[in-house]
Design a protein around this ligand. Structure first.
Ligand SMILES: CC(C)(COP(=O)(O)OP(=O)(O)OC[C@H]1O[C@@H](n2cnc3c(N)ncnc32)[C@H](O)[C@@H]1OP(=O)(O)O)[C@@H](O)C(=O)NCCC(=O)NCCS
Length: 436
């Protein structure tokens, strides 16, 4: 193929530059060749919130936001959700190929082997108030595991990385379930190796005095599908944090805790909790139109709507809507679904939402299912963090193995003062706090 070139002329100097275009991008560092004079540092690109900056090459997840396409390693999300278990998809995301039966058996055994937590871990959890937010408990406990596994610092050792990956995938459901039971004051339930990943999670959440927990297969499958849908989503906010922290060669436990912290925000994984609060606030179908008018007038956002990348229906929302119907057969219909359906219907016909290409995202319906499964809204983001741990770790592996990557360190456009004379304390006047 003919070499693709971007030619630019700097109007300050009339100098002409040529930059190679590769994969639809130029290298931002090439811009540094553009200088207005000898002591010019070179041109930078300014991109707050990375709206148009690719920070890595990645072969894991493909999204076409305009067409509403999501694929893991080339496989459409719809097929994976229909045909696979969560750990099968986890294997695909981590290693690039769907596993054979033997590979899957070994992987499941490897992960299951690590579901137990060190007994001391329970002491960390005991320190939290009974009303501590489960996401805070989750983040802190994942970070604390870094002290239990100091060998995790050997991030350049592939064998160590592999071990930490299995540890983390094995332990995150246990941490999540312990955080949940801590908030209820229930005793912790040990993992059961005979159960599948999601069944075992349900066992650790909900087993009481029965000798063996038996998960409702419809609900266990629904949870498995939700986990598949949340497993990775290319360079989203929390994955970017995973890569940024990982680029300093910090261990994967603290990297995962940092990524989970990013996920906890209401504009990211915390959105599903906000959706439920919003549906509560709306209260009934009759109030939907009035609520939408308030949003259009600039009072808040329609939570669970809009996405940085999807400017079309989020394919995950469509699958979740389907899964919700299965769940409601087993649990009875969540009345909030009717409000959500009405909200979606009215919003999708409204000029404000059409013009801005705002569609329901993954969080719009997931909270309604989680609630029907018996979770309180505070647990929703934790339920997102469990499967996303797989994506974070796959992206972390890719980062560590990528020779082009270095410690992440953006530039800034400095807008502060030039050098100033120091003012001794007795001579300082009160000035308005500088916001710049
Ligand atoms: C996801 C989200 C953060 C993406 O933000 P973004 O890519 O920066 O998009 P912008 O904030 O630039 O939005 C573009 C326009 O749509 C509006 N908009 C975006 N999301 C909206 C929402 N949920 N409700 C109402 N208006 C919304 C913005 O106000 C803006 O309008 P303007 O052009 O008149 O200023 C944003 O859509 C949002 O906050 N959604 C609600 C939270 C949520 O569901 N998050 C989960 C994501 S999976």
């Amino acid at each position: 193929m003919e070499k693709q070139i971007l030619s630019v002329v700097d109007s300050r100097t009339n100098d002409r530059y040529e930059f190679p275009i590769e994969n639809g991008a130029i290298r931002a560092s090439d811009l540094r060749q553009i200088r207005s004079g000898a002591d010019d540092f070179g041109l930078m690109s300014f991109d707050p919130a990375f709206l148009n900056t690719a920070s890595c090459r990645s072969a894991i997840t493909f999204i076409d936001g305009d067409k509403g396409i999501l694929r893991y390693r080339g496989y459409p999300i719809e097929r994976l959700a229909e045909k696979c278990t969560f750990l099968e998809v986890a294997y695909l995301i981590l290693y690039g190929e769907l596993p054979t039966e033997l590979q899957l058996k070994n992987f499941v055994a490897g992960v299951t082997h690590h579901t137990m937590l060190h007994e001391k871990t329970k002491n960390f959890l005991e320190g939290f108030n009974h009303d501590a937010h489960p996401m805070g408990m989750f983040i802190s406990t994942v970070a604390a595991l870094s002290t239990v596994y100091p060998d995790a610092r050997r991030v350049l050792d592939p064998e160590s990385r592999e071990l930490q990956i299995r540890r983390l995938i094995g332990k995150v459901p246990t941490i999540a379930a312990y955080a949940y039971r801590h908030s209820l004051g229930y005793p912790y339930i040990y993992p059961d190796d005979e159960l599948s990943y999601t069944e075992n999670f349900m066992n650790m959440l909900w087993r009481m005095v029965e000798p063996k927990y038996r998960a409702n297969p419809v609900l266990a499958r629904a949870l498995d599908i939700l986990f598949i849908l949340h497993a990775d989503h290319e360079q989203n906010c929390s994955t970017n944090v995973m890569r940024a922290v990982g680029s300093s060669q910090a261990d994967p436990f603290v990297c995962t805790a940092a990524a989970a912290s990013a996920l906890s925000g209401p504009l990211h994984g915390g959105a599903n909790e906000e959706v439920l609060k919003m549906l509560d606030e709306i209260g009934s179908k009759d109030n939907v139109r009035g609520y939408i008018e308030k949003v259009k007038a600039g009072h808040g956002k329609l939570m669970g709507f809009g996405h940085r990348i999807y400017k079309n229906y989020d394919p995950r929302a469509r699958i979740i809507k389907w899964a919700a119907d299965q769940v409601f057969v087993a649990t009875g219909r969540n009345p909030k679904l009717d409000i959500a359906l009405e909200l979606e219907k009215i919003a999708l016909e409204d000029e404000y939402f059409i013009k801005r290409k705002l569609y329901p995202n993954v969080d719009f319906y997931s909270g309604i299912i989680y609630q029907a499964l018996g979770f309180k809204p505070e647990m929703f983001t934790v339920l997102f963090a469990i499967p996303r741990t797989v994506g974070w770790l796959a992206q972390w592996q890719e980062l560590i193995q990528d020779p082009e990557q270095k410690i992440a360190r953006p530039r800034q456009l400095y807008t502060g003062y030039d050098a100033r004379e120091f003012v001794p304390i007795e001579k300082r006047a009160i000035r308005a706090a500088a916001s710049r």
